[in-house]
Write a protein that binds this ligand. Sequence first.
Ligand SMILES: Nc1ncnc2c1ncn2[C@@H]1O[C@H](COP(=O)(O)OP(=O)(O)OP(=O)(O)O)[C@@H](O)[C@H]1O
Ligand SMILES: [Mg+2]
Length: 213
Amino acid sequence: MSKIIALANQKGGTGKTTTSVHLAYWLSQRGQVLVVDADAQQSSTTWLEDLNLKGEILNDPDELFDRLPQLKEEYDFVVVDGPASMSETTRVILTRTDLALVPCRPAGLDMHSSNRVIRLIRQARDLRGGMPQAALFLNQAKKGTVLLREAQAALAKSGIPLLNEVIYDRQVITDAPSQGQVVWQMGGSAAKSAAMEFDRLFAEAWEKLSGEN
Ligand SMILES: Nc1ncnc2c1ncn2[C@@H]1O[C@H](COP(=O)(O)OP(=O)(O)OP(=O)(O)O)[C@@H](O)[C@H]1O
Ligand SMILES: [Mg+2]
């Protein structure tokens, strides 16, 4: 069964594009993947080309509504890289996606603004009889900090499950796009740790998709 997986959070810079491209690479070992770039501002086109991954820019809400089901027929996985700010576009994506993954940075303001996307997910679920599946995860966290523990405690109460795996703030992740690579291809122990974190995060998300919990 084909699936649409969206990285959604109207808060800018939480890791939607970074995670979309890494997820697309991870899924490309499992089937045919398309990345839909729904962000008019920052396209990941060159990065995707370097990785030999297919991408399509689609940022008009009506276009997204109509095209996503067609693309789902054509590919095993459609990864949607959601935009910042545009709630209308995010709303439409949530009416079409099977799974919404919400990256949150453990910073006060970011945590507060993730309430907006959580609300949109609840509304979509209301309309779609419980769909989409959804999960939050923490990105760009600093190991062992109070901020991280507080963020985990706050997000655990949001009503949307929080994935256990945390993606830490790592220079290799920042460097990946300019090198046209993903962490699995990069050398060094930090890249290896980042690769293991993404593997575990996506395995957890995968379980959500297969309805195991
Ligand atoms: N875990 C991480 N460690 C280090 N840097 C990261 C990490 N995640 C994201 N970044 C960096 O943070 C910045 C924002 O990430 P990204 O572009 O993926 O966010 P976004 O949610 O797509 O942003 P926008 O809302 O503007 O589209 C980028 O420079 C990216 O390289
Ligand atoms: Mg982006």
